[in-house]
Design a protein around this ligand. Structure first.
Ligand code: URA
Length: 211
């Protein structure tokens, strides 16, 4: 399903893997592995419209103008810590990408993001920048992270997550209408603690085996 702002990747492989991830008894190892695998499939979707150019090469048969991605290497920005699960997968597909990190935690009372770390690649203004975080819940952290990335120069920004809540999508649309979102599911709603329902619980805890 695609609107101008949101693409839900309904491919059977993505949906099947996501179901296993959601199950509460799925092991940490399986959760991590499945996140990597889904990350490949979401990355495939989010890079679909990358600008292309051609390069003159010689095959063993003859010269040709062969397609390649235009411009500087992509920038991948992981919102710590759960973003690293998606980052690992996407880096397997795009190993030459430049990588940055935004450290934000969610104040449990206000649900507002508090920044504790920021490091971004150089020349963001010349790169397609993909921000990754598995859970688009309130959207506050994601919107704040993208504020920082834009302040650092990024102009072509995309956002990739595993699950999105309608509240998070609305917040992102309001704060960053120019940033397309790719997700594996648009879930029902947020609960009173800001968790996505039906969701999968705390993505970081499930990925790293913490509580
Ligand atoms: N972060 C998570 O890890 N899970 C949610 O449901 C919402 C935010």
């Amino acid at each position: 399903m695609t609107t101008e702002h949101l693409t839900v990747v309904t491919h059977p492989l993505v949906q099947h893997k996501l179901t296993i991830m959601r199950e509460k008894d799925t092991s940490t190892a399986s959760f991590r592995q499945l996140l990597r695998e889904i990350s490949h499939l979401l990355a495939y979707e989010i890079t679909r419209e990358l600008p292309m150019t051609t390069k003159r090469i010689e095959t063993p048969m003859e010269p040709m103008d062969a397609p390649q991605i235009e411009g500087k290497k992509l920038a991948l920005i992981s919102i710590l810590r759960a973003g690293n699960g998606l980052l690992d997968g996407i880096l397997e597909l795009i190993p030459s990408a430049r990588v940055g990190f935004v450290g934000l935690y969610r104040d449990p009372e206000t649900l507002q993001p508090v920044q504790y770390y920021f490091k971004a690649p150089a020349n963001l203004e010349d790169r397609v920048t993909i921000v990754v975080d598995p859970m688009l819940a309130t959207g506050n952290s994601s919107a704040a992270a993208i504020d920082l990335i834009k302040q650092a120069g990024a102009r072509d920004v995309r956002f990739m997550c595993l699950l999105a809540a309608p509240e998070g999508v609305a917040r992102m649309k309001e704060a960053h209408p120019d940033v397309p979102i790719v997700t594996a599911s648009l879930d029902s709603h947020l609960n009173d603690h800001g968790y996505i329902v039906p969701g999968l619980g705390d993505a970081g805890d499930r990925m790293f085996g913490t509580k």
